[in-house]
Ligand binder design. Structure first.
Ligand SMILES: [Zn+2]
Length: 429
């Protein structure tokens, strides 16, 4: 391939991705607005028209911000490539000291900083304008800045050694460096599974063991029923930052824990909380987490093999307006991770479809081991509390949503309420 052919393909992919994103966002806004004044029949009597309108306005505001953010991201990408930004930063960091490894690390840091600076205003606007306007934000500028500093520190402590290791492998591990890099990457992912619950998450939130009481008893019974061993049930002070509620499982093997946001427990009844946890438990029991890890391992192997091939091709550098730099692996690394999303955007519906299939399966698990009726009422309350739209544009949803649209999800659960799944329904849904 010649450099100019690659430039043409790249710029066409950039334009296509942006056009597709803008078109999907415009469709989404138009669809949500068209349904703003009528609560869908399935939710009539359960969600009021004011809450429905609030969800529509909130969705429109967030989608508009996503449009602005996509445009800014595209401008940055074009500035770094066609505008020779990476070439400039490569030259600049090449002046620092004599160690090529250090020069490469500086380049990675410089590009990451530029990207962070561009995305920062959008993140601040989302929190202090949109989330605040709709009554969700509880973060103070002070907490927000502290989070930013801690996030940067964690990214540096974890990211710099990883980048240094990758660059060192390219330099010294020979032609099969990408296989070693892949092994290192998998190891890094596993390390994160252990570090996240024990060291990283506690930097941002306070975790307390779930207090004794009816809810804890109920959840422990659920875990025993499903044969799930865990290192504990924790409450997290999610209310420090936002009123959005959530629950998640974290950790690996016997060290796994269940974390519930205080905001979730405060809003849901014990029966509803149990159903939500049964859903999360379903993701574990049905091996969704393991399958996802396996897919991501396979995908990253392909990604590293592709990177190794591109790194040896002059057109990859010159097509992106950077002088071919075989002695600076950091340059190829930076270019590769900048342009990769442009070529993978069309795969987004596939990933979303796979994830939505798992959501249906986890819902069915919750219906079987807890209660389908409680799962429905929990979802309705969560949709309302989080101002999540009930009427997404179907195509936008197919691309972007990891969870099925509210209507479809609840319809499936209600079919399970009507036909209770044998004796496995303990609460008599
Ligand atoms: Zn789920």
């Amino acid at each position: 391939m010649t450099a100019s052919t690659f430039t043409t393909i790249f710029l066409a992919a950039v334009a296509l991705t942006l056009a597709l994103e803008l078109w999907l966002a415009a469709r989404h806004i138009a669809h949500v607005r068209r349904h703003r004044d009528a609560v869908p029949a399935a939710f009539a009597g359960r969600i009021g028209v004011d809450a429905h309108r609030k969800a529509a306005d909130y969705t429109v505001a967030r989608t508009r911000l996503a449009i602005a953010s996509s445009i800014a991201g595209t401008i940055l990408l074009v500035a770094l490539t066609r505008g020779r930004g990476v070439a400039f930063l490569t030259g600049l960091t090449g002046l620092a000291g004599t160690s090529p490894l250090l020069q490469d690390l500086l380049l990675v840091v410089a590009v990451a900083l530029v990207a962070a600076l561009v995305s920062l205003p959008f993140s601040a606007y989302a929190t202090f304008a949109i989330e605040a306007r709709y009554g969700f934000n509880r973060t103070t500028p002070r907490t927000w800045l502290a989070d930013l500093a801690k996030g940067a520190l964690v990214a540096a402590l974890l990211g710099l050694p990883l980048a240094a290791l990758l660059i060192a492998l390219v330099r010294w591990a020979g032609d099969l460096w990408w296989l070693w890099a892949w092994v290192a990457w998998i190891g890094f992912q596993l390390l994160l599974f252990v570090l996240y619950p024990t060291l990283i998450a506690p930097l941002f939130n306070t975790f307390t063991p779930m207090p004794e009481g009816p809810l804890r008893t109920r959840i422990e019974a659920l875990l025993a029923r499903c044969g799930f061993a865990s290192r504990g049930l924790w409450l997290m002070d999610g209310s420090r930052r936002s009123s959005h509620g959530n629950a998640y499982f974290t950790g690996l093997g016997r060290a796994k824990r269940i974390v519930m946001f205080d905001t979730l427990v405060a809003r849901l009844s014990p029966e509803e909380t149990e159903a939500v946890l049964a859903h999360e438990l379903g993701h574990y029991k049905l091996a969704h987490i393991a399958k996802r890890l396996a897919w991501s391992a396979a995908a990253s192997l392909a990604v590293f093999a592709l990177l190794a091939w591109l790194m040896r091709s002059d057109w990859f550098y010159t097509g992106l307006y950077v002088p071919a730099s075989p002695d600076r692996p950091g340059v190829a690394l930076v270019l590769f991770f900048l342009v990769l999303p442009v070529f993978t955007f069309l795969l987004a519906p596939l990933a979303s479809w796979y994830s939505r299939r798992h959501e249906y399966e986890a819902d069915a698990f919750a219906a079987k081991h807890a209660s389908a009726g409680a799962m429905v009422s929990a979802l309705v309350r969560l949709y309302e509390d989080n101002a999540a739209t009930l009427t997404p544009d179907p195509l936008h949803s197919a691309f972007h949503d990891s969870h099925p649209p509210a209507g479809l999800r609840i319809a499936r659960l209600e079919a399970l309420v009507r036909v209770p799944a044998s004796s496995a329904v303990p609460e008599g849904a």
